[in-house]
Design a protein around this ligand. Structure first.
Ligand code: ATP
Ligand code: MN
Ligand code: MN
Length: 301
């Protein structure tokens, strides 16, 4: 649909092509962070974040009235996000097809924020080939009361086990309670094969160290253990994207870090939206330059 935009409005849009309305609306009451501040966060972090979030199907956690009010997880949409948020039709399990969302640039990120988005989650595959994952993720979910040191040690153990079979991995704090261990993949194997690998790996962990790990979804099995959520690796599943803010108390963010940093970390969510300068600087640092990058395939494929 062609639309004529008055010249005055075009000028107003410049330099940022996305206008953020209600900049003073408080999105994080506890942290005092407004919609405008959240938009500024995403604009600043965009260069670091886009390599991970662009050009893959995304799901959004939207809280239009702020995180203290109703939030919802949105997977698809027919077009209310404007020109900077794109669609890719994806066939679902039930045989139907839905328009999934993807973005390409900072304007896309900001268009989502304008629509009340706090969190960005993504598929483990690019829109160029949605059937072949470019990433494997083990989502470590500790039982309540478990010390964070147990989680960092468990993540390092998983790193070592995967390294032993030829997979380099990278650590990310989710901004919540756990850690994601991420293995980039060349998009070769399809979802069922990747999921099967993840299931077998998680099951083996739980069998060899049952006091430490469980791969069972049942909450009762988690007592004092770390749930290795391998189900992030099935078609249609998502994981929170690097540098996404979280709709949780204090405006924490998901953040890549080095294995050395993770080993020294004593709390799960060290970075917040307000740490944007530090996060931007870190992302450009030599230590994190290679984060999430490895040219590798699923073992035995
Ligand atoms: P934490 O470290 O606190 O566990 P997390 O982001 O790993 O944070 P999980 O609850 O373990 O949170 O969820 C893992 C992933 O599963 C999320 O990042 C998200 O992409 C997906 N997910 C979570 N809740 C939903 C939901 N209601 N609908 C769809 N996907 C969800
Ligand atoms: Mn988790
Ligand atoms: Mn989980």
């Amino acid at each position: 649909r062609e639309e004529e935009v008055p010249v005055a409005e075009l000028a107003e849009r410049s330099p940022s092509p996305v206008r953020i309305t209600n900049r003073d609306r408080v999105i994080f009451p506890d942290a005092g962070i407004t919609k405008g501040a959240l938009a500024d966060y995403y604009e600043a972090i965009a260069p670091a974040m886009l390599p991970w979030v662009a050009n893959r199907p995304i799901s959004l956690v939207r809280c239009p009235q702020g995180r203290a009010r109703k939030c919802f997880f949105q997977k698809h949409d027919a077009g209310s996000f404007g020109d900077h948020v794109h669609h890719i039709p994806i066939r679902e399990k039930d045989g139907g097809e839905e328009p999934y969302l993807y973005i390409e640039d900072a304007a896309g990120l900001l268009a989502c924020v304008q629509m009340g988005t706090i969190e960005f989650h993504g598929w483990g595959a690019l829109i160029a080939d949605i059937e072949r994952p470019d990433r494997l993720v083990f989502d470590l979910d500790p039982d309540e009361g478990l010390e964070f040191g147990e989680v960092t040690a468990a993540a390092a153990h998983i790193r070592d086990e995967l390294a032993a079979i030829g997979l380099a991995t990278f650590a990310m704090v989710t901004g919540g309670k756990g850690v994601h261990v991420v293995a980039p993949l060349r998009p070769e194997a399809e979802w069922p094969e990747v999921k099967d690998f993840a299931r077998r790996f998680a099951t083996a962990l739980a069998e060899t160290q049952p006091q430490r790990f469980t791969s069972a979804l049942a909450k009762a099995r988690r007592k004092g253990r770390i749930f290795v959520d391998y189900l992030r690796n099935e078609r249609g599943a998502t994981a929170v994207m690097p540098y996404s803010a979280r709709a949780r108390e204090g405006a924490p963010v998901a953040a890549p870090l080095t294995w050395e940093e993770l080993r020294a970390l004593d709390r799960p969510a060290p970075w917040h939206v307000g740490d944007v300068d530090d996060l931007v600087r870190r992302a450009a640092s030599r230590d994190l330059a290679g984060w999430g990058r490895a040219d590798q395939a699923l073992p035995g494929v």
